[in-house]
Design a protein around this ligand. Structure first.
Ligand code: SF4
Ligand code: SF4
Length: 515
């Protein structure tokens, strides 16, 4: 087990609603962004003198612009249904991590300045002035929300704390109190095209190295094309796919799928990032800048399709907002969804028999699947409701013989966040990340003990990075998290492959359905 400077939650046999511990996480806040990370995004370098007036004005602007936000603020009836639904509350026991309490940090200020009752008799309606103490609370607790939207599933009014958290962060950025981790990354992506700050020569070098690795392993020349004009598909994938396991194994999987299906494809060095952290800070303008890079890359390369790799929030931005942010994409082939997810591509190719998978090559693993929040609750795949749940599972089941789902309350719409989403995947929040992962670890432990599960697959770069980091705190091994396309990569039967062949019959989606 990893050594922690804080108490790691105990994994119980079944979920227990913890006793409240006031201010249990009041000490946890991420580093504040310095001027060099604030100003490139158009924000003040430090807390401005008239921050209070500017913050209140920005709040009014946002509640006017986003009607959903004002509806969420006006409609909570304090029924309490959301209180035990947040993984950060369950893992930290801090009452301010109950979704309704988190919302109220914002709501009480909104009431004070934007409702008649709050202006006349604030105390009676729970309205409060915006003070420095309140601002500090905002910074602390709106950075203890991964914007996972689980609470909204259980709220009878569908109140989405994630949107309130995004609005709070946008207001804080506007007055000069931004978060270092997110803003530094957004700046890098806007200048260099990816979150890692990886320049074109380093990217080209990495991709060449991967081509050699695949050829050594399989004897097949599988290409990792970069900046190829006229390719059919532009692959937009999280930059984690270029440098670290298990992400990189997923990238190898996409390349093998494209190769075997005979689809010409390319990565762009100008837009080499799927992740769009602009969403985490609630900034339409910063989200749009990154989305426009993707559009420009597609135009410059003359591609016909845009396909997104395994990244949860990137898929939300792509699926839900890309056309609004950077459309119309009428120059692409309208016979394909715009944009498309790599899982949709692979699923279709398995379904029509274009690619063959030998499940036995994954027999050393027993799998479960972690639904990533932004895929599960903020997007969809395929053309039937719930496709975001069935398509990845179908691919896994077509790629391996041993699969078990985690308990029902912890998957699909009810999935628990990995604990590191929403711009919180930074070492200065490690205590929060470990504690917030507790409900997911509990569910994983259950299938490990009951079904012999050895590995968990995911289609989100943040989830994969988070699990690699926090698994050791719960007695799991870092490499027990795998990419879905890593399983495909192991199982895919490449034409001309010289090793790893098996006598087992290849699997199809029909086998999955009958499994
Ligand atoms: S959106 Fe997720 S992290 Fe935020 S309060 Fe709701 S359940 Fe918690
Ligand atoms: S479930 Fe919805 S209405 Fe009930 S307390 Fe939570 S946010 Fe308010």
């Amino acid at each position: 087990m990893a050594v922690a400077k804080f108490e790691v939650p105990e994994l119980k046999e079944y979920p227990i609603i913890p006793k409240l511990q006031k201010d249990a996480m009041a000490h946890s806040a991420p580093y504040v962004a310095k001027e060099q990370f604030q100003t490139p995004l158009g924000y003040p370098g430090e807390l401005i003198d008239n921050w209070k007036e500017v913050a209140i004005e920005k709040m009014g602007e946002l509640t006017n612009k986003y009607r959903s936000l004002s509806v969420y603020l006006d409609s909570c009836v304090k029924c309490g249904a959301c209180t035990d639904k947040c993984h950060y509350y369950l893992g930290t026991t801090d009452p301010k991590n109950m979704p309704v309490a988190r919302q109220d940090l914002f709501r009480k200020v909104y009431r004070r300045y934007y409702t008649l009752a709050g202006k006349i008799m604030p105390k009676l309606v729970g309205a409060e002035d915006l003070t420095e103490e309140v601002l500090d609370d905002w910074y602390t607790y709106f950075h203890q929300c991964s914007q996972c939207r689980r609470c909204s599933v259980y709220c009878p009014y569908g109140i989405d704390t994630a949107e309130i958290s995004m609005a709070a962060r946008e207001i804080m950025d506007t007055v000069g109190k931004g978060q270092k981790y997110c803003n530094e990354i957004i700046g890098k992506a806007q200048v260099l095209g990816n979150n890692l700050g990886l320049p074109e020569p380093a990217l080209a070098n990495t991709l060449e190295g991967l081509e050699e690795d695949i050829e050594d392993e399989t004897g097949v020349q599988v290409k990792m094309p970069l900046d190829v004009k006229g390719a059919d598909v532009l692959l937009i994938t999280p930059s984690a796919d270029f440098f670290a396991e298990p992400h990189i194994d997923g990238l190898i999987g996409y390349a093998k799928v494209f190769h075997e299906a005979g689809i010409s494809w390319t990565i762009s060095s100008y837009a080499s990032e799927a992740a769009n952290f602009g969403m985490f800070i609630g900034s339409y303008e910063n989200m749009q800048k990154l989305a426009l890079r993707i559009r420009q890359a597609a135009l410059d390369l003359g591609v016909k399709r845009i396909v997104f790799g395994e990244c949860g929030h990137a898929w939300r931005v792509a699926y839900s907002f890309l056309n609004t942010l950077a459309g119309p994409f009428d120059f692409l082939d309208q016979n394909y969804p715009v944009p498309q997810h790599i899982c949709e591509v692979t699923h279709g190719l398995i379904e029509d028999g274009t690619i063959k998978l030998d499940k036995s090559r994954n027999d050393h693993m027993t799998l479960t699947y972690h639904d990533s929040c932004n895929v599960a609750r903020a997007s969809r795949m395929g053309d039937t409701p719930g496709g975001q749940f069935t398509i990845p599972r179908d691919i896994i089941k077509a790629s391996c013989n041993n699969f078990y789902d985690m308990p029902e309350h912890s998957i699909k719409e009810g999935t628990f966040c990995c604990g590191g989403g929403g711009g919180l995947l930074t070492d200065d929040l490690i205590e929060l990340r470990v504690k917030g992962a507790m409900p997911r670890m509990q569910a994983l432990k259950q299938v490990t003990e009951q079904n012999g599960v050895t590995h968990m697959a995911a289609i989100c770069a943040i989830c994969k990075s988070q699990f690699s980091k926090i698994f050791p705190y719960y007695d799991f091994q870092m490499d027990q998290i795998v990419s879905v396309h890593q399983l495909v990569s192991n199982a895919i039967v490449l034409t001309g492959q010289t090793d790893g062949e098996s006598d087992d019959e290849d699997s199809t989606l029909d086998d999955v359905e009958s499994a």
